[in-house]
Design a protein around this ligand. Sequence first.
Ligand code: G3H
Ligand code: ZN
Length: 291
Amino acid sequence: MLVHIKDIVGKAQNSGYGIGAFNICNLESALGVAEAAVRAKSPAIIQVSESAIKYMGLKPITHIVSTIAKNIAAGVPIALHLDHGKSFDSIFECINAGFTSVHIDASDLPFDENVNLTKHVVEVAHARKVWVQGEVGAMPGGHGDKGKILKNIPIASVEEVIEFVKRTKVDTIAAAIGTAHGVYENEDVKINLLKEIKEKTKKPFVLHGGSGVADAKIKSAIKNGVNIINIGTDIKVAFCRALIDNCAKNSKEIDPRILLKPTIKAVEKVVYDKMKLFGSAGRVRIGEVET
Ligand code: G3H
Ligand code: ZN
C-alpha cells in the first residue's frame, strides 16, 4: 500500500529497526523490491534518482510504483521518495506528482547556499505536507567496483550538520559519515560522529552509500541512530548480473520477457536479504495495512 514516508519512519524509529530505501530504475527492479517487501512482510521506501526519472519519465515511474504498491504490495507499506534531487524544478515536479518525500542534495554547494536552497524546498514541500531530506557533506563515489579503495572519503562536520538542521528544519538528515556511493573496501561508519549528530539533531538519519558496507557496521549504525539505509549499487549489480548471465545462456532468445524475468528475482533476493539485515522483515502483520 502506498503510504506517507512518515508512517514508515515513525514506526521504525519507535521500534529500533532500519528501513531500506531501494533505488529502482525500471519495471523489473520495482517489482523486485515490492515482491521482497511482501515475502519479508516488511515496509520499504522505493526511491528514484533524477536520472531514473529521465530514463522512465516521471508520470510512468510514479504510476508504476503506485500501481504495484496498491496491488502486488497491497499488504505492506511502501513510500515513494526522490533521491538526490538537484534542481528545485525536478523536486517541485515530484511533489506535484504525489511523492511524500524529496531529497534536496545541495551538499556540493557552499554551506550557506546549501542551507538557503534546502530552506526554500522545505517551505514549499511542507506546505504540501511532503517530507524533505537535506544533506551535508557531499557523498563521494559512483558505481564502485568490488575491492577498490576510494581515496579521500569526506566526513561531514558535526557543527555544520547541527546548524544545517536548525536553519533548514529538514525532516530527515543525510551526512557523510564514512560511506560512499558504490562498493569500496574502505567504506566505514563513524559511529561516534553518528551518535553525536543523532543526539544533537534528534532527526531520522539517512545512511547513503549502503552497498558495500559490512553487515556488522550496518547493524551497529542502526543501533546508534541510522533509520534509513539507501541501497543502489547492490540492486544494479544483481540486476545486470542476472540479465547478462541469462542473455549469455539464451543468446538466440527473441522474447524480452524471457531475458528480463530473472532480473526480478535477483533484485528481490538482494532486497529481501537487506530487509532481514535491517530488522524491518516481519514488522508488518498482514491485514495491518488498510487497503
Ligand atoms: O542514494 C542512493 C544511495 O546512496 C546508493 O548508494 O549505491 O552505495 O548503495 P549505494
Ligand atoms: Zn545517495
